[in-house]
Design a protein around this ligand. Structure first.
Ligand SMILES: [Zn+2]
Length: 443
């Protein structure tokens, strides 16, 4: 069987090629395939494997566009698979168990999430006497996660009833699900950006509108009927994980909140969601931020499918990333996984990643007009679960971005390449000057 490897960043430098195609016997696992690959590329070996032979945890491995999380080594490959290898985190990742070195106490409660892949972080602040006991994000509303959150709080002798404030980074259920339950027990105030408030409160008109918009979007993207049905029934199956809605207090970005032990500044970071917000504070060596899903290690947050309300999702997200570089945060605490110790470097990597993805979209259109669904199939292969939504959504966000610069034109459900010599410079921010720490005010 035939497997294609694609390399990014330092891994690409090590092999000096963008791609490599290999033949394997049926039943080969990812770990076996990567080991065979490093027999040919000596320099790659130490980048992918630790001295004990384990695959390095910070290396991102995506199979047909889907990032693989735990147990990835034993995944069996099939003919035609594409494995994407990237080093993941610019500047590495801090050890989340080490002392964060902050002036205030920070609790990190890791919550399981069976509805989507991966774990969620709920951050606990205001642990000092007289401070406002505060959570940033809460995890999905399923029993197992609720038990984990209660147990996490219990380590600090706290229960739901003790929480004074909740800050939500955005409306997705894996961040907001338990907020309503906690509010019911504590009467706490729940803060969320004004753009995500109607969805977090599950107002009927907002829920109807988002259902309509989703159905319209997947149709416009050219998604086949059977895939539309598969997606809608997957989404039906996750009903309930957003929990009972809390009543919320809104902010727009720029406001500060004094918790007694630390002051948080709300920062609007749209793209992945319309109302995505980070919360910045004075940290160990400069300004740090709770970044929600705006900045993640290992994988890039979905843009275009994760919130179909966002118009010009990629343009907005690129602005958000430029802003991360300009502010020069010295550390970011994401909604999933451990802290990011070089947020500007990570933001720069994600910008490069999107530019490369746009180039791949263009190379698909060079063969002729295509719908977002068709472009997605070329980029990500066949999709299941939530990725049925995220793949074409992401393709659409890139096509929409290209249309903005008159490089492509929309014709019905398809997009057609109309520029003979596309110049992507106008579509991607030049952050080279801002990346210089000397130009970053908050270091
Ligand atoms: Zn999210």
């Amino acid at each position: 069987m035939r497997v294609e490897f694609q390399f990014y960043a330092t891994l690409r430098d090590a092999v000096d090629e963008k791609t490599s195609v290999r033949e394997f016997e049926a039943g080969t696992t990812i770990a076996e395939a990567l080991r065979a690959l490093t027999d040919d590329y000596e320099k790659l070996h130490s980048l992918l494997f630790r001295s004990n032979g384990d695959l390095r945890s910070h290396v991102t491995v995506s199979l047909n566009g889907e990032p693989l999380m735990d147990d990835r080594d034993d995944v069996t490959l099939s003919d035609g698979d594409t494995l994407i290898l990237s080093p993941g985190v610019a500047g590495g990742m801090a050890d989340s168990t080490s002392d964060p070195g902050l002036d205030f106490e920070l609790g990190i409660i890791s919550l399981g999430n069976r509805a989507f892949e991966g774990n969620n972080n709920s951050y606990l602040l205001g642990l000092e006497a007289d401070a406002e006991t505060t959570l940033v994000d809460t995890g999905v509303a399923v029993e197992e996660t609720e038990r984990q959150l209660r147990a996490g709080l219990d380590r600090y002798d706290l229960e739901f009833a003790d929480i004074d404030r909740i800050f939500l980074t955005h409306h997705h259920a894996d961040h907001t699900g338990l907020a309503g339950d906690i509010q019911a027990e504590s009467g706490c105030e729940v803060f969320v950006h004004v753009d995500d408030a109607p969805v977090v409160e599950q107002r009927p008109e907002a829920m109807d509108a988002s259902e309509d918009r989703l159905r319209r979007a997947i149709d416009e993207w050219g998604m086949p009927e059977d895939k539309q049905e598969e997606l809608l029934s997957f989404l039906d199956g996750t009903a309930g994980i957003d929990g009972d809605p809390p009543e919320v207090t809104t902010f727009e970005g720029g406001e500060t909140f004094d918790l007694g032990s630390v002051e948080l500044e709300a920062v609007h970071m749209p793209g992945h969601a319309a109302g995505l917000a980070g919360f910045a504070f004075d940290g160990r060596d400069g300004e740090e931020v709770f970044s929600g899903d705006a900045l993640l290690p290992y994988y890039t947050p979905n843009v275009g499918g994760a919130d179909t309300r966002v118009e010009g999702a990629l343009a907005k997200y690129l602005d958000t990333l430029s802003n991360v570089v300009e502010r020069g945060y010295t550390r970011a605490w994401p909604g999933h996984r451990g802290p990011i110790i070089d947020p500007p470097g990570r933001a720069a990597d994600i910008i490069v990643h999107h530019r490369e993805r746009t180039e791949r979209v263009l190379s698909v259109l060079e063969k002729g007009p295509a719908t977002p669904w068709e472009v997605s199939a070329e980029l990500f292969g066949s999709l299941s679960y939530i990725h049925i939504l995220h793949g074409p959504g992401e393709a659409f966000a890139h096509l929409e971005h290209l249309a903005e610069a008159d490089i492509v034109r929309r014709d019905g459900h398809a997009f057609e390449l109309i520029s003979e010599d596309p110049n992507l410079d106008v579509l991607f921010p030049d952050i080279s000057t801002a990346l210089d720490p000397a130009n970053q005010p908050n270091r």
